[in-house]
Design a protein around this ligand. Structure first.
Ligand code: SF4
Length: 547
């Protein structure tokens, strides 16, 4: 018997699927998010909040606004309390939605005055159950916000020059900047004016408010911003002929498919930065992959194009001139966190303080404003490492100011554990979270301060509630990614461990250790064990990332 053979019909060669790139003519929305953005610009939702939703209440909110456009004004629904991490991926978004919102206040460059701090504190106390989280992107987040209260919050923020516009959503988010811009003795160029120029020109501009996904920016002379993790970063660099300017990095992003930013090999003068920034955002808007949300970040486009093509298109199609070349400047040793007392260029001091995992209250912020006033300071700074700085303290009052701040839980001489532990929002409020992060981080710091007080170098521990890596899992010495693990045959909160990530000379993505899944209850044991092994085995001067 012969085996029958099928004669397959000849197939037409399949057409390559479009990736939703506008510049290639793919203007039709390819998914729900793109449809929502096409139906109405996210920025337009503000008028509906003020005219309809704040009066008619939560139930009147159009679902496309509720789970989409409100983000353009900094609003996300909170996670409904009491839903455990096992249900995160199983439930529909509407089942996870609480009737309260998280509101992200955008603080470009992390710069706050006493007056601004007082308003944020008052809003947290009046409307947000006295919670105020300092994020690792220099924002402050309020929780428990009702839609009815949002117009008053916007009004009071805007009266003091703060706002929530494009704090979330598929648009240019807050611009990270040096917390000591304009005061540091080590700084050559102060980027504050450039950050102000970009936000004034482009934030709220509808030419840039419908991007494939979020767009993260950072500009600083000093290595105090995580420049490898942003869609675009300008890091201070001196050109041998042109002098001080910026080295341009593009295409960084962590989350589930992490990639570090790459240099385009160009020197950007301070006067060019805003236009170059707009050119790169323009490339992302026009060529970014809108078909799949999971491929919609700039990093995927850069990976496919390569640095050379990216630079050519930026120069030829968006700027119309060639940028100056720049050989790779020396990389910084590590990220600077500014913790401690440091002398400013004008002889006064700034105090960098560590809180635990960014968690504060409005009451704390109010008290911080009191302390600032007591020492004649009108400048408070947030940092990308979830720290708070008080600037302009007279030298003779440094110790007294440190003691006042310590009473508030803001330590200028913290333990290495307190100094280097960060945490994202986690299951308390985030609908994507699988595990608790803020409480875990606080417990971990307290426990490790007791168990390994002899630690003499900071080891960064970043606690994340899910694979999205908002607290930069992969660039920590010990990166923790929340997931469910099995303990005694039952599902429990736990973490996958990534070891040995870093910035600067230590730059690299931490190794994901498949075997290293740690139950949340065993976290302190695990970190203690790894740390002791490092302390025993390290060679002189060897960092955790290189060990
Ligand atoms: Fe939420 Fe996950 Fe981001 Fe944490 S890492 S804030 S859990 S999305």
């Amino acid at each position: 018997m012969t085996t029958p053979t099928r004669n397959p019909r000849p197939r037409k060669p399949s057409r390559p699927k479009g990736q939703g790139q506008w510049a290639l003519g793919h203007r039709e929305p390819l998914n729900k998010n793109e449809q929502v953005k096409k139906d109405d610009d996210g920025l337009n939702v503000r008028a509906r909040v003020e005219n309809i939703y704040a009066h008619a209440g939560f139930d009147a909110i159009d679902p496309a606004d509720l789970r989409g456009r409100l983000r353009w004004w900094g609003l996300y629904t909170q996670r409904k309390p009491g839903i455990d991490g096992g249900k995160t991926a199983l439930l529909e978004p509407e089942d996870l939605d609480d009737r309260y919102f998280m509101l992200r206040i955008r603080i470009d460059g992390g710069q706050l005055s006493v007056r601004q701090l007082r308003v944020v504190a008052a809003l947290a106390k009046e409307y947000g159950r006295d919670l105020a989280d300092v994020t690792d992107r220099q924002n402050v987040q309020l929780h428990w916000i009702r839609i009815e209260d949002v117009p008053d919050i916007w009004k009071r923020l805007e009266e003091v020059g703060l706002h929530t516009q494009e704090a979330c959503g598929d648009c240019p988010r807050v611009i990270l900047g040096s917390p000591v811009a304009g005061v540091s003795a080590d700084e050559v160029l102060d980027a504050t004016g450039i950050i102000d120029e970009i936000t004034a020109r482009y934030v709220g501009d509808k030419a840039y408010s419908n991007l494939p996904r979020k767009f993260k920016s950072a500009i600083s002379w000093l290595p105090d911003i995580p420049y490898e993790c942003n869609d675009i970063s300008f890091l201070g660099a001196v050109h041998p002929e042109h002098g001080p300017g910026y080295d341009l990095w593009v295409g960084g992003g962590l989350s589930t498919n992490p990639m570090l930013a790459q240099r385009l090999g160009t020197w950007i003068s301070p006067a060019e930065v805003a236009n170059v920034w707009a050119g790169v955002v323009g490339i992302f808007r026009d060529y970014g992959y809108r078909r799949l949300r999971t491929r919609a970040r700039l990093k995927y486009l850069l990976k496919d194009w390569g640095v050379e093509k990216f630079r050519d298109i930026l120069q030829d199609d968006y700027l119309g001139y060639k940028l100056a070349d720049l050989d790779a400047p020396p990389l910084p040793d590590k990220l600077v966190d500014h913790v401690g007392a440091h002398r400013q260029a004008d002889g006064k001091y700034y105090l960098g303080t560590a809180l635990v995992a960014g968690r504060l209250t409005g009451t704390h912020l109010d008290r911080l404003a009191d302390i600032a006033q007591k020492y004649g300071s009108d400048r408070i700074r947030t940092t990308p490492m979830q720290k708070l700085l008080l600037l302009d303290v007279p030298e003779e009052r440094v110790e007294e100011a440190k003691a006042d701040l310590r009473e508030l839980g803001l330590h200028a001489d913290p333990s290495p554990w307190r100094r280097s532990t960060m945490a994202c929002t986690g299951i308390e409020f985030c609908k994507l979270a699988i595990v608790n992060t803020k409480d875990r981080a606080a417990e971990l710091v307290a426990e490790l301060e007791k168990r390994v007080p002899e630690l003499d170098v900071p080891i960064s521990v970043h606690v994340n509630g899910c694979p999205n890596a908002c607290a930069r899992t992969q660039t920590a010495d010990i990166g923790l990614k929340g997931q469910l693990v099995t303990v005694d045959g039952k599902q429990a909160e736990g973490f996958q461990v990534h070891l040995g990530g870093g910035h600067g000379l230590d730059a690299g993505l931490g190794r994901k250790l498949r075997a290293h899944k740690v139950a949340a209850t065993d976290l302190a044991d695990y970190v203690e064990k790894v740390t002791r092994r490092y302390l025993d085995q390290r060679n002189e001067g060897e960092t955790f990332a290189h060990w």
